[in-house]
Structures are given as C-alpha cells and as structure tokens.
Design a protein around this ligand. Sequence first.
Ligand code: KIV
Length: 288
Amino acid sequence: MHMQDRKKITTSKIRKMKQDGEPISVVTAYDYPSAKLAEEAGVDMILVGDSLGNVVLGYESTLPVTLDDMIYHTRAVTRAVQTTFVVTDMPFMTYHGSLDETLKQVARIMREGLSMAVKMEGGAEIAETVKAIVQAGVPVMGHIGLTPQSIYQLGGYKIQGKDQVQAERLLKDAKALQEAGAFAVVLELVTEELAAQISKELEIPTIGIGSGAGCDGQVLVFHDILQYASPLHPKKFVKTYANIGEPIREGIAQYVKEVKSRQFPAQEHVFHMDKEVIEYLYGGKKES
Ligand code: KIV
C-alpha cells in the first residue's frame, strides 16, 4: 500500500494492533528527510526521542536537550508526515515541577511542535502527572526500565529487571502508567522474561528496545539501524539494516577530490550569459 493511502495512525489504532496481535513498528526521527523516509517505509509511529542529544547534537547524554530543541525537531518531523503517529519526548526536568508548569511545557510541544503525543520517563512516581496530561487531552507514552534521563542515578546503561525487587517494581510502574491513562509504554533494556510478562499483563501496548520479542512493538534509533554516524560503541540489541554512513562518506570524499582537482563544476553544471551581452561587455564594443 502507498503510505499516502494509509489511514492516519491513532492511539485507538495502536491499541487495536495489540488486540489483533499485530506488532507495532516505531523508529526515531528528528528532521524532515528522516521522518519522510520513515513514513515512506511504512513505520507506524515516529518517536522524536531526546536521543536527539546523542545522535544529532553530539552530546554525551540526553540531559542537555531543551524543550526548544524538541519543539524545533518535532516541527520538522510533523511537517514531513501525513499518516504516521508522532510522539515527542519531554526532555530532562520539564515535567518535575508544578503541574501547571508541566502542562505549559506539554502545551508547547503540542502547539508549537504539532506533535500528537508526549513520552515521559518514570513509573508510579509520575503517574499523577501522566493522569493530568491525559485529562488535558494529550496522549502519553510511558517509558520505564533503563531511563536515560536518570543515567547518573542508575549508574550506567545497565539491564533492568534482573532481580525480584526490580522486576516487581517495574511491573507495578507499568500498571501505574496504564492506570494513569498512558496509551503505551516503552520498556528499555528490560530482561526478555520480564518484558514478556509485563506485555501479557497490560492492556496497553509495550514498545520494547533491547527488551526482546515478547513486547507488543519495537523501537530503535534511526542512526543506529542505518549506521548513520551513530556513536561508535556497538549495542547488542541493535540490528544494522543498512550502512548509509559509508556511501555518504565516500560521496563527500569524491566531491572534495573533484573540487580540489577542478573536475567539479563541469560544463553541465554552469550557466552562460547571452552572446550579445558578452560581446557588449567584454568584446571591445562598449563606448566610454
Ligand atoms: O530518546 C529515545 O530515542 C528513546 C528511545 C530509545 C526509546 O527514548
């Protein structure tokens, strides 16, 4: 099916996909071309993730990403899509102040970024906030397990849900988010067994990253699956589907070579003046 003929993906459609046992495909995108290509490829949902900080802005973590960054990039993504559901990450510390303040930040993502939903990291402790945002009419996607905004508290990129205490807490968090009205929840770097159990116990879909095939959907980072200059350390849970970094580097190197050797621009790339004008200006006919 041509993607323009596809009906718009909505939160009800996403929930129905879980009921029908149809896996939900999600990829991150941060600008117009990546979002356009993702939609043309048939992805169900685009996440404008704050991984933007790592893969687009070159930061070490997601912490420096601002609300303005998220709005700017979401705008480019939403301009590119017609039917894909777009979710935007609420960046670090933009939903931990007063409810009033949080709702203002969410409103900016929706009004200025033209997003369709927001994603927030955290479990039971943010359930009241999630509830208020949902009541204000904005769909919320939860995010538990490895939550990169708390990386310094977690002490690194560690697998979550390995022991009983963690496992019970994560299941409780997932249920609290569902109870608060979240339409889906991301499970990041959660053990496969626990992720499958959470997916079974929830009515809303789970979207896994590094959490195994028992999740209702999968999300990966655009730059990771395409080897688009993504940070170099390999990740066990990522599969490379194309290596676009290589041809891009080669293409630019060839361009540099041709500029240096004056092979580029060639005759087919230039524009000419009319003969009479050349004659007038430079042919000696000009009267002083
Ligand atoms: O920021 C992001 O891209 C994310 C996904 C990895 C789930 O949160």
